[in-house]
Design a binder for this molecule. Sequence first.
Ligand SMILES: NC(=O)c1ccc[n+]([C@@H]2O[C@H](COP(=O)([O-])OP(=O)(O)OC[C@H]3O[C@@H](n4cnc5c(N)ncnc54)[C@H](OP(=O)(O)O)[C@@H]3O)[C@@H](O)[C@H]2O)c1
Length: 278
Amino acid sequence: MQRINIDGLKVPVLGFGTWRLKEQGCVDAVKYALSNGYRHIDTAQIYENEDAVGTAIKESEIPRDEIFLTTKIWMDSAHDGDVQKSMEESLRKLKVEYADLVLMHWPIADVPFEETFRAFEDIRQRGMTRSIGVSNFTVAQMKDVKETLGIDIVCNQVEYHPALSQQPVLNYIQTHKMFLTAYCPLGRGEVLYNSAINDIADRHHKSPAQVVLRWLVQQEDVVAIPKAGTKSHIRENFDVFDFNLSEEEMHEIYNQARDDGRIINPAWAPEWDSAKAA
Ligand SMILES: NC(=O)c1ccc[n+]([C@@H]2O[C@H](COP(=O)([O-])OP(=O)(O)OC[C@H]3O[C@@H](n4cnc5c(N)ncnc54)[C@H](OP(=O)(O)O)[C@@H]3O)[C@@H](O)[C@H]2O)c1
């Protein structure tokens, strides 16, 4: 499995997303993913499936240090003290002693970053996680945390697929010892109907999903975490390491980005970076 090395943190470039997987269905899907070679699992407090993810990891009998495990702290736990409490609860549910990466799920307007991220540093220093990062942060917000506060965040997890350019975030992470984790990497299925992507897939005898995932993991410092509950999808999504996209094909897929390509845009979202500013 190809990994990104960020200061000794070795991150498998293809992970398994678990949003909307619950209870036994989640246990079965995560165990199936692990038995098919996945070594990177993405969960969050708010997904209410950390318990099931933990059970799957335990039942897989794969040594803890071979799995890269990410969880996220929800917006109602951004204060000092609450971050630590949320993390203790996550570790108890996950049945592990540490996470590999913990992310602030969304930027919070009413709690100073300094308070939240000093608490994040605290959980890292206490060994509850090997690294810390953010999710859904803009470039200016990453700068505030990384440069103004001097806090060593290693990741920004953002929506990224062919219909949505993330050029400003990519430019920042590629020059600041960080990686980008692409969520909704399959655009929830929508991008799989794109004709340019289907043509490239036919040429390589691969599926559109495999082409999209290959396009993501072939980019510098990009990790993808497709979610799948269907066994054939779980297998298919992992089978992307036996072919390469040409420079031309990569660019053809970059060119599919649209101004209205974003899927996840809740009321609490920040003012997103414009791709045109990159
Ligand atoms: N940080 C955040 O705010 C945030 C937000 C959203 C998501 N995430 C993370 O990112 C993960 C992935 O995002 P997502 O679940 O929203 O979307 P996604 O991975 O882009 O799409 C998942 C959908 O695609 C289908 N699918 C999977 N593989 C397929 C294949 N090979 N061919 C055709 N369809 C396929 C799945 O169907 P089946 O399930 O039926 O297989 C499911 O309906 C989440 O699970 C979560 O871990 C994070």
